[in-house]
Ligand binder design. Structure first.
Ligand code: PMV
Length: 293
């Protein structure tokens, strides 16, 4: 069974503080899990894992087996084309794919809500205190407006053409979330004002998505990026990539995910896809074009 990847469109970071965020599924990128009967439970994967990540994956498989009361042993075969540590939700995708595959193999027929709840618990093994947005958008495979662990599905009237480009390495999500928390604790009033601004942008974006207003959506992405700059979550490279794609005709652009490196996203029309891709090619060798329905 497979599980897709995701990208955050609006509201990253402030979602950790109970504000809303919008995320979309990316079906072109996915984790696939297959199970073979075996004497002991073990795994094989094309993922490049260091020793501690291997330990976490063993822990994750054991955790899911225990929670689903699975006694049988399996060789767990995992393949993925999702770049890791880039904001594509690779760990949530892995958890959802594992849970779906065990559910199918053992005829458990787990409903989506249960898959999502279990994937959220599994996410804590990787991320400490995740907001829950990754496991939710990946479990439902729909564009979601997410707040306080509750997801609203957003009906989409127009497909979104996104170009996602990686600006290079970034610190771990856990690290950046903790640093923002520290800055927030020292000046709550200032940060709450910026969070309010992002909340307003995200709510307007939900409406713009529902109505298929791409020009407005692009403008809101630019505003969200500015607010993330004020939170010191961008980087020089992310900023120049965002301004260059706007010059090349994108509706709008912003960093996506935990920031200080990693991905930026640009919203484009059919006529600007090539120009925007060209503009990004001098900054990134990891550029994906995706269509969100
Ligand atoms: O790690 P990423 O790029 O998927 O982004 C994490 C999003 C945050 O809002 C920063 C953290 C969270 O748990 O939602």
């Amino acid at each position: 069974m497979r599980a897709c990847a995701k990208i955050i469109l609006f509201g990253e970071h402030v979602v950790v503080y109970g504000r809303p965020a919008i995320a979309v599924p990316i079906k072109e990128l996915f984790t696939e899990v297959n199970l073979e009967d075996s004497d002991s439970t073990n795994f094989e994967t094309n993922l490049q894992l260091d020793v501690s990540e291997e330990q976490k994956l063993n822990l994750l498989i054991s955790f899911i087996k225990i929670r689903l009361c699975i006694k049988n042993n399996f060789r767990v075969i995992i393949s993925s084309n999702i770049p890791v540590k880039s904001g594509f939700g690779s760990s949530a995708s892995l958890s959802v794919a594992l849970i779906r595959t065990f559910s199918e193999k053992l005829n458990l027929n787990l409903p989506i809500e249960q898959i999502n709840t279990l994937a959220f618990e599994a996410e804590k093994i990787f991320h400490g205190t995740p907001s829950g947005i990754d496991n939710t958008v990946i479990s439902y495979e729909r564009t979601i407006f997410f707040r306080d662990k509750v997801a609203e599905l957003i009906p989409m009237h127009k497909a979104l053409n996104l170009i996602i480009a990686n600006s290079g390495p970034r610190p771990s999500t856990k690290e950046v979330v903790a640093e923002l928390r520290e800055m927030y604790s020292n000046n709550k009033e200032k940060y709450e004002q910026i969070y309010d601004k992002i909340e307003k942008i995200t709510s307007q974006a939900k409406q713009a998505l529902t109505n298929g207003e791409l020009t407005l959506l692009g403008k809101l992405m630019n505003e969200n990026h500015k607010a993330l700059q004020m939170l010191e979550l961008s980087s020089e490279k992310l900023d120049v990539m965002c301004s260059d794609v706007i010059k090349a005709g994108a509706f709008g652009a912003k960093l996506s995910g935990s920031g200080r490196g990693g991905n930026m996203i640009a919203l484009v029309g059919n006529s600007t896809i090539n120009a925007v891709t060209d503009a990004l090619s001098k900054y990134s060798d990891s550029i994906s074009r995706v269509a969100i329905q």
